[in-house]
Design a binder for this molecule. Structure first.
Ligand code: DSN
Length: 445
């Protein structure tokens, strides 16, 4: 079947003549009629993306479904306003609404995470981390983060990143056999290399990081500790994961992953570091904050303070465990043997596939994950051995342990039919029918 945007491209004139909703899907869409009138091509792509997100089981652990309220705040007139500076000290007039908005987002962030200070202006996670480097380091200083192929992030000092080329980066990893961080080895490396900044946090680590142990090592070598909690921020907010706030000098996070806000970021720190962090974000690294994003962040932080969000955060972890057990039961090899958080990493090569081939077959069957290196991976990052998946999005749709068992079953069927297009299509149909029973926040059906 052709998707909406294919049809729109094939017959653009028709888009102008018919209401997009009935033309596209035969159902009501959440797209503003003004956009449909003004730019049917873009409207058609948005509609197609809505449909794609609705009909698939989305298991990329860094993705989610923002609520309608978050989407509306992010799409608001705050996009029109410049406001370099901070509340009460801006370089443009007309801040009567931006100042209280940013102050509201800051107050909510501080209350939710128990932080002394919050900066909600970083455009995303990478600039947020770079601002911390700028605040605490000089070019050439030594930084120590987790290596990308072991589950770290580009901005934790990986060599192709500015953080690995303008600074002297030493990297720790996990033990290849257990998939776990060995804090003894981290300490040895820190004692040898004497970093000025240590970074804890990951994009592909399925276990709880011992923030207290990392801080003890940082203290021993006189380093600052940055915890990048981007992946787990929603779990921390909902009390489903230990918080790094008491242990880190600075905590960075994106706002769009398990936290379920718009694409943006925040920095949280102790009061004594507030000035240097703020100065590093603006004017150090960025110009005008994205006020429409600040509005979305404020809404998301309000949502994250509710009891409903706590239930969601705990269910993410329960679902990840159930999915991990289901996958292990179907013979998949899980890095570290399971999960404590929202994320599962598995080596799929023992099943005779590469991560990429399997991820493509899964996507064809309506199950969206990403291929990923596993610790000690002999394969290249663009065609690695592993698959990374997580449960924030499916949990936002109201799926629970029973549904995780069903999903694990589809993973097994796809693994047995990677090159069987007819079977992948059959599974995609089953997945579509299954998804129809689980509403997506932010998408009307
Ligand atoms: N790209 C993000 C992820 O998928 O984990 C990290 O920034």
């Amino acid at each position: 079947m052709m998707w909406g945007h294919d049809r729109a491209r094939a017959r653009p004139a028709a888009c102008h003549q018919q209401p997009l909703g009935s033309f596209m899907l035969g159902k009501e869409l959440m797209i503003d009629p003004h956009l449909v009138q003004a730019d049917p091509e873009v409207a058609a792509l948005i509609a197609a993306e809505e449909r794609r997100e609705f009909e698939k089981i989305r298991l990329i652990p860094s993705e989610n479904y923002a609520s309608r309220a978050v989407l509306e705040a992010t799409g608001s007139v705050f996009t029109n306003k410049y406001s370099e500076g901070y509340a009460g000290k801006r370089y443009y007039e007309g801040q009567q609404c931006v100042d209280p908005l940013e102050q509201l987002a800051i107050a909510r962030a501080k209350a939710l995470f128990g932080a002394d200070h919050a900066n909600v202006q970083p455009y995303s996670g990478s600039p947020a981390n770079l601002a911390v480097y700028f605040a605490l380091l000089k070019p050439g200083d030594t930084v120590m983060g987790m290596a990308l192929p072991h589950g770290g992030h580009l901005t934790h000092g990986w060599n192709v990143s500015i953080t690995g080329s303008y600074f002297r980066s030493v990297q720790y990893g996990v033990q290849i056999d257990t998939g776990l961080i060995d804090y003894g080895q981290v300490r040895e490396l820190a004692l040898k290399e004497r970093p000025k900044l240590m970074i804890a946090g990951a994009t592909a680590y399925p276990r709880i990081i011992d923030f207290q142990a990392m801080r003890a090592i940082a203290d021993e070598v006189g380093a600052h500790l940055l915890v990048d909690m981007a992946h787990i921020a929603g779990l921390v907010a909902g009390g489903a994961h230990p918080t790094p706030i008491p242990h880190a000098h600075v905590v960075s996070t994106t706002t769009h992953k398990s936290l379920r806000g718009p694409r943006g970021a925040m920095l949280l720190c102790k009061e004594e570091m507030a000035k240097m962090i703020d100065k590093a974000v603006f004017p150090g690294l960025q110009g005008g904050p994205h006020n429409h994003t600040t509005a979305g962040i404020a809404v998301a932080l309000g949502e994250a303070a509710t009891d409903e969000f706590k239930v969601y955060a705990h269910q993410i972890v329960k679902n990840a465990r159930a999915l991990a057990e289901g996958l292990a039961g179907h013979g998949f090899k899980l890095v570290s043997g399971g999960t404590d958080n929202h994320l599962i990493l598995m080596d799929v090569t023992p099943r005779g596939m590469t991560g990429k081939a399997y991820a493509r077959a899964l996507d064809r069957a309506g199950l969206e994950c990403n291929y990923n290196t596993v610790p000690g991976d002999p394969r290249k990052p663009f065609d690695p051995s592993g698959l990374r998946l997580g449960t924030p999005s499916v949990t936002s749709r109201g799926m629970r342990e029973t549904e995780m068992a069903k999903i694990a079953g589809w993973f097994s069927r796809v693994a047995e039919n990677v090159a069987n297009e007819a079977e992948l299509d059959t599974i995609a149909g089953e997945v579509r029918d299954f998804c129809a029973a689980f509403p997506c926040p932010g998408i009307a059906r």
